[in-house]
Design a protein around this ligand. Structure first.
Ligand code: NI
Length: 138
């Protein structure tokens, strides 16, 4: 870690009160850690805006495996993009529904394309790409 810098921030009292309540609910021990996390969040978001940036993320899918050929389609898509998919987790939620979580790594544009392709497949009830960072730049 590089050396610490101290900054002063002028902020509206009402806004600060709301912020303190929020970070209290989230379990932050102090404002500094909450500010650092907000800054890191924005830096990660910004990385994902560069198509060629190397990124890491997860794709979460919920679908009904009884939908005709859906499981096969989702598997085919994953094989098409196999170099980007590091791992998958499949949970049978109930009689009908499956949860799948994929860990993906690659260039931002490719990872987004994989997520969009899977999530937009007919029969997928809910899907989300969660963007994160390898951590080395934060
Ligand atoms: Ni299942």
């Amino acid at each position: 870690m590089s050396e610490l810098s101290r900054i002063g921030v002028a902020i509206d009292s009402d806004l600060l009160e709301k912020f303190d309540k929020l970070i209290g609910k989230r379990g932050y021990a102090n404002r500094s850690e909450a500010f650092r996390d907000l800054i890191r969040e924005e830096l990660v978001e910004e990385t994902w805006e560069s198509p060629n940036a190397a990124v890491v993320g997860t794709v979460t899918l919920v679908y009904d495996h009884h939908v005709r050929l859906l499981s096969e389609k989702l598997t085919d898509i994953q094989h098409d993009f196999h170099p980007y998919i590091l791992s998958t987790l499949h949970v049978h939620l109930d009689h009908d529904n499956c949860l799948e979580v994929l860990v993906v790594r690659g260039k931002a544009a490719a990872v987004k394309r994989i997520a969009d392709t899977l999530i937009s497949t007919k029969g997928v009830k809910h899907g989300r790409l969660t963007i994160t960072s390898s951590g080395s730049d934060l």
